[in-house]
Ligand binder design. Structure first.
Ligand code: NAD
Length: 352
């Protein structure tokens, strides 16, 4: 019945679980029925939000009113919880990174197929406006054909002091933030990947990576540098994109930035040499004002409603899953390749 409001239970009511409470409250056609977390204090918080609390995961699964289970626990238990929920006949949303390996995701997908239930991963940053602006810019060739892009997030706070520092929980910044940036990257081109090189950083001395830099080459000639850092007191721009006609930069999530393109109306103006350090240079002189056009960053055209709107509509058979599992699987294959490249300190030539 397409009129029926879907009932969702949040499993793992930590930082992200409680944020899902807000996301669901803002969405239509779905409500939070309750929450489950083994930590009592987290359950008290859920109660103060007006959510029903469950004593165990089994109690969630045996509640027949529950349509959707949202898993927002640390990463190591995603798979077992997802499979159990699917087998109990629930639809499942799982936080990212869904699993540490692609093989584990395939096990979940198989359980979903068997149970004929929806399984989907919360890759919420597919709806980030900075990303959608870059996507528009590339498809509309606002800086010509893009041949190089750099996508970074950098902080100075280290890895948050919890399970994210531990390998057994699926910690580390490649899995935590890398999964978002790589998911976005693969949506920016139809091309297959040709090769991957990566370096993980362990500056803070944790057993998991506190950041990484990877260079990914695509078959169509695009190169991408993706970087996550947690020791950057001064950060580099969120996006830096070079095309055959110009360059674009977005500095931060506030969407500050600019697009500078070649002015096709003006014949090439030979630059005047500038004094640079102890030398003179024409090559590195800024382009003349007449020969370039500067524009601010324009808003993205398609700001579709986001994850939960798509979920509700998909469960009513009116839309397709916005985050298909085969795309999530490709990102995990890429992450495995990045780990491999860093371990061998080698370029991995592999079609992905
Ligand atoms: P957190 O530590 O704040 O919360 C995790 C909660 O899960 C804790 O309250 C813990 O008690 C509970 N938990 C642990 N094992 C459980 C189990 N077996 N059953 C039920 N609950 C259990 O962590 P977080 O920052 O909220 O991260 C949770 C998940 O959300 C992770 O997968 C993380 O990568 C993801 N996350 C996603 C985003 C995003 O933007 N998509 C942002 C932050 C976190």
């Amino acid at each position: 019945n397409s009129e029926e409001t879907l009932q969702l239970v949040i499993v793992g009511f930590g930082g992200m679980g409680s944020y899902h409470g807000q996301l669901v409250e803002q969405a239509e056609g779905i409500v939070v029925r309750g929450a489950y977390d083994p930590i009592e204090y987290r359950m008290e918080l859920a109660s103060t939000r007006g959510f029903r609390t469950y004593d165990s995961f089994e109690a969630v699964l045996s509640d027949e009113e529950v349509d959707v289970v949202l898993i927002a626990t640390p990463n190591d238990v995603h798979k077992e919880l997802a499979i159990q929920a699917l087998q109990a006949g629930k639809h499942v949303i799982c936080e990212k990174p869904v699993t540490v390996t692609g093989a584990e995701l395939l096990e979940i997908a198989e359980a979903a197929e068997k149970a004929q239930r929806l399984f989907t991963v919360h890759q919420n940053r597919r709806w980030d406006e900075d990303f959608l602006i870059i996507k528009d810019l590339m498809s509309q060739k606002k800086v010509g054909d893009v041949f190089h892009l750099e996508s970074r997030v950098q902080g100075a706070n280290g890895i948050p002091g919890d399970w994210r520092q531990l390998k057994a929980y699926g910690g580390g910044m490649l899995l935590d933030w890398g999964v978002h940036l790589l998911d976005q990257l693969l949506l920016l081109t139809d091309s297959k990947i040709e090769s991957v090189h990566a370096d993980l950083s362990y500056i803070l001395g944790t057993e998991v990576d506190d950041g990484f830099t990877t260079t990914i080459k695509f078959k169509d000639g695009l190169t991408a540098v993706i970087e996550v850092g947690t020791t950057n007191y001064i950060k580099l721009p969120r996006w830096y994109v070079k095309g055959t006609e110009g360059t674009a930069v977005i500095y931060d999530w506030d969407l500050s930035g600019e697009i500078v393109t070649r002015n096709r109306e003006v014949a090439h103006v030979e630059p005047t040499p500038i004094q640079a350090g102890k030398g003179l240079t024409k090559t590195m002189a800024p382009p003349s004002e007449e020969s370039t056009i500067r524009r601010p960053i324009e808003k993205a055209e398609d700001l579709s409603d986001g994850f939960y709107t798509n979920l509700v509509s998909t469960l009513h058979g009116a839309s397709r899953q916005a985050v298909p599992n085969h795309e999530v699987h490709r990102v995990l294959t890429l992450i495995e390749t990045i780990f491999e490249s860093a371990e061998k300190n080698a370029v991995i030539v592999r079609e992905i």
